[in-house]
Ligand binder design. Structure first.
Ligand SMILES: [Fe+2]
Ligand SMILES: [Fe+2]
Length: 297
């Protein structure tokens, strides 16, 4: 209780100090998950593979692609603040790589081929943004986009792991639920908090035209997590269907875009989901349907 009160009474603590403390705490309290702590016992491997195999594969790929994300970051932010560098190099990347390795080991365990992450192709959108970022005033605009992407991605991860945990538990695969999904899920909210805090802090410093540019570029650059081309968008649509998100995509879309809705689109009263986010999810569902029709037809 005294701790909470101190927080409330100390608005002078800057965003930067809070971020430094947060990263410090994450590093201390959440070391990367060790493979030896995981119990890969699966009672019905074929059933787990049939039901959730493609979800494990999607998540393993996205987690492993953190290595490419770091390359993208270097392209986007040639000169990042020290706290950002510490977060992504010392905390975020080591944790996410372990998430990927563990999920990938699990899918191989149940008889599937390992994920095929793209570890080194930096996409065209990133390159365009990276070129823009060499103009000093635009560096902050690009950094803002990075925080928004991070917040949406990490929120997606939290929600997806919640749903996966529930599904795997209902199947009676308790070792997987308790020693794979639960420990991974526990590390994602801290990532989300970093990006949310960073986004709020930076947004308050941006000028009018920088904010305008963030809105424009966000519309152009948004994609559901890990969906970089039509095939991956269809994969994402299938993950949504399996996890039950496709039934009400606007709820999921609303959750993952809350930070940008509050900051970028605060003036648009009553807006639940930015149109570009809704479109991204809708397209994923459509592409998955189209692929299923081609496969059966
Ligand atoms: Fe992760
Ligand atoms: Fe994460």
């Amino acid at each position: 209780m005294p701790h909470t009160m101190r927080h409330a009474a100390a608005p002078a603590r800057t965003t930067e100090q809070r971020l430094v403390d947060h990263v410090e705490r994450l590093g201390a309290e959440h070391p990367p998950i060790e493979l030896s702590s995981v119990d890969f016992t699966v009672h019905r491997p074929a059933v787990l593979a049939e039901r959730y195999g493609h979800v494990l594969d999607y998540m393993a790929r996205v987690e492993l692609e953190v290595d490419r994300n770091v390359l993208e970051l270097v392209t986007l932010l040639p000169d990042p603040p020290e706290v950002d560098r510490r977060f992504f190099a010392d905390v975020w990347q080591p944790q996410e790589v372990q998430h990927g390795l563990i999920l990938d080991r699990l899918q191989v365990q149940v008889g599937r081929p390992p994920a095929t992450p793209d570890l080194d192709t930096v996409g065209a959108k990133i390159k365009v943004l990276g070129m823009l970022a060499h103009v000093a005033a635009i560096q902050d605009v690009v950094r803002m986009l990075y925080y928004l992407t991070g917040a949406a991605t990490e929120r997606s991860a939290v929600l997806a792991y919640n749903l996966l945990h529930r599904g795997v538990t209902e199947m009676g695969e308790t070792a997987v639920a308790d020693t794979v999904i639960a420990p991974i899920r526990r590390q994602e909210p801290g990532h989300f908090a970093f990006y949310q805090l960073s986004a709020r802090g930076l947004w308050s410093e941006l000028t009018g035209w920088q904010r305008w540019l963030v809105r424009r570029l966000r519309r152009f650059s948004f994609a559901p997590v890990g969906a970089n081309h039509d095939g991956q968008r269809a994969d994402f649509g299938e993950v949504m269907a399996t996890l039950g998100i496709a039934d009400e995509p606007s709820r999921f879309a609303g959750e993952i875009s809350r930070v940008e809705r509050e900051l970028l689109w605060a003036r648009e009263q009553g807006l639940k989901v930015p149109a570009y986010v809704a479109r991204g999810f809708h397209e994923a569902v459509e592409l998955a349907h189209a692929r299923a029709r081609r496969a059966t037809g």
